[in-house]
Design a protein around this ligand. Sequence first.
Ligand SMILES: Nc1ncnc2c1ncn2[C@@H]1O[C@H](COP(=O)(O)OP(=O)(O)O)[C@@H](O)[C@H]1O
Ligand SMILES: [Mg+2]
Length: 233
Amino acid sequence: MLRVNDLHAYYGKSHVLHGVQFEVGEGEIVSLLGRNGSGRSTTAKAIMGMVSAEGSILWGGHELIGKKPFEIARLGVGYVPESRDVFPQLTVHQNLLLGQKKSRFRTRQRWSFEDMYRMFPPLKERQHTSAGVLSGGEQQMLTLCRTLMGEPGLIIIDEPTEGLAPKFVEYVGSYLNQLKESGSSVLLIEQKLTIAMGISDRVLVMGRGAIVFEGTPQALRADASVSREWLEV
Ligand SMILES: Nc1ncnc2c1ncn2[C@@H]1O[C@H](COP(=O)(O)OP(=O)(O)O)[C@@H](O)[C@H]1O
Ligand SMILES: [Mg+2]
């Protein structure tokens, strides 16, 4: 369970998050929606220890505020940033290998290479290709898969379909559906509502650095004023 309480974040003197509060329960898919500049990516970066933040972020009993990004990752929080994040010189397969959780114990791995290649067939075809020459969509898929290979207890995914061709948007949709079936905890950041509304247990809407709506997708759909004020562009 992730519990964010009275979270404030800053870029230098610029105060960007103003008391953000929400939870992501075990096995829950929660979408964080909002217009560009509302503070969604900053929320993700604050959870990952990548911006200066105050308040409380509890994950499995650990306070994340003050921890370094690698410590937070080690506690099982996976993060797929807005920018694609691959090792360009390494092959697709080597990238996935690097993402794999190195456990000293023989725990059962939830996700295998085969799972990744089944979800994103283009990666299988290109498994021995350097990641640097993949298309933007393929690099996005590889980043999504590499993070999953780390067996995260929670995965935070920032605008995975942004700028992708329709075929890749479909692949991302099936990836998210697999996560849902597997009972993973997900914080999905989106601007487009289509995928988020279909898959989420709950949705949060962010505006000017605070949560301005929280409820089920149905409740959001029923409240036209929230969409008008905080979502439509
Ligand atoms: N590196 C940065 N330095 C200064 N201000 C930033 C930086 N990144 C984002 N911001 C500002 O913080 C606010 C929230 O941005 P962001 O969290 O990226 O929004 P979103 O992801 O919802 O589009 C915006 O006003 C943005 O201009
Ligand atoms: Mg963003």
